[in-house]
Design a protein around this ligand. Structure first.
Ligand code: FAD
Length: 231
């Protein structure tokens, strides 16, 4: 069960609250998942973010957990020379952090069109929350630099979503793990997604979001595009 922190009921998403680091485990040499205490009255929708306030820094992170989870979970890329992610990577269990939230509008909007989720790296986080919240019948494309950075693949394989992990860097056919595509996610979408209209949800690196939006304009005319740019 999650550990509750007593804070006054937040008046709005900009009310500063306190949380405590409960656990951390590394998913790869660069990325870790953390668990945080969930303040009693903190409510959010799948796909929303929280913002840490640390001294003069503010940093946003997508919630990996679902609205019903007793704790808050995040999936964080450790940027070695970054100002804040190394603090989260090194903090003692039990450390307290200030945050605001929930923030953002990158939530699921049901429609007649099939949903297509597209992520780079830790941009997979809101889609884990969508899927764990019960959203089904989506197609997911996830690009990462190495096979070990295709996080949550066993989960997505288990729930039998239509799942396309992609590795852009040159790989020999023999080195490419089974079921993974070689190439950037935009090329993978073009090669694998039937040409009709969809609701695209794009999350992660700005270059991917630009490239996939251009592809949608050209190839999937009439589709909707929702975006969450991490950097
Ligand atoms: C709405 C929103 C949601 C976000 N959600 C997440 C999330 O769920 N997980 C997460 O890891 N980050 C997320 N980010 C990025 C996060 O807010 C920070 O920018 C990141 O942790 C780096 O902060 P830093 O202070 O360590 O690095 P800084 O000193 O601010 O250095 C910034 C540089 O770090 C690199 N960088 C930033 N984010 C990433 C990343 N995710 N992967 C690889 N390199 C990166 C880029 O080169 C960027 O120019 C999100 C950003 C936004 C705006």
């Amino acid at each position: 069960m999650g550990k509750e922190i007593e804070t006054p009921s937040p008046k709005n998403a900009d009310t500063v609250q306190t949380t405590e680091l409960l656990n951390r485990h590394w998913l790869s040499k660069n990325v870790f998942e953390i668990e945080l205490a969930r303040p009693k009255s903190f409510a959010f929708e799948a796909g929303q973010t929280i913002c840490f306030h640390h001294e003069s820094l503010k940093r946003y992170y997508s919630l990996l957990s679902t609205p019903d989870d007793p704790i808050l979970k995040l999936c964080v890329h450790h940027v070695p020379k970054g100002l804040f992610s190394p603090i989260l990577a090194d903090a003692e269990i039990g450390s307290r952090f200030k945050f605001t939230g929930p923030h953002g509008y990158f939530t699921f909007k049901p429609s007649q069109r099939d949903p297509v989720f597209v992520a780079t790296g830790t941009g997979i986080a809101p889609f884990v929350s969508f899927a764990r919240s019960g959203i089904k019948n989506f197609t997911l494309f996830h690009e990462a630099t190495t096979a070990e950075e295709i996080y949550y693949q066993s989960y997505f394989k288990k729930i039998k979503s239509t799942y396309h992990p992609c590795l852009p860097s040159p790989q020999t056919a023999a080195a490419l793990p089974e079921g993974m595509h070689q190439g950037h996610v935009a090329a993978c979408i073009k090669a694998n997604l039937p040409r009709t209209t969809y609701d695209f949800y794009l999350c992660g690196h700005g270059d991917m979001i630009r490239n996939v939006t251009l592809l949608v304009d050209e190839w999937f005319t009439g589709s909707y595009v929702y975006t969450e740019v991490f950097f």
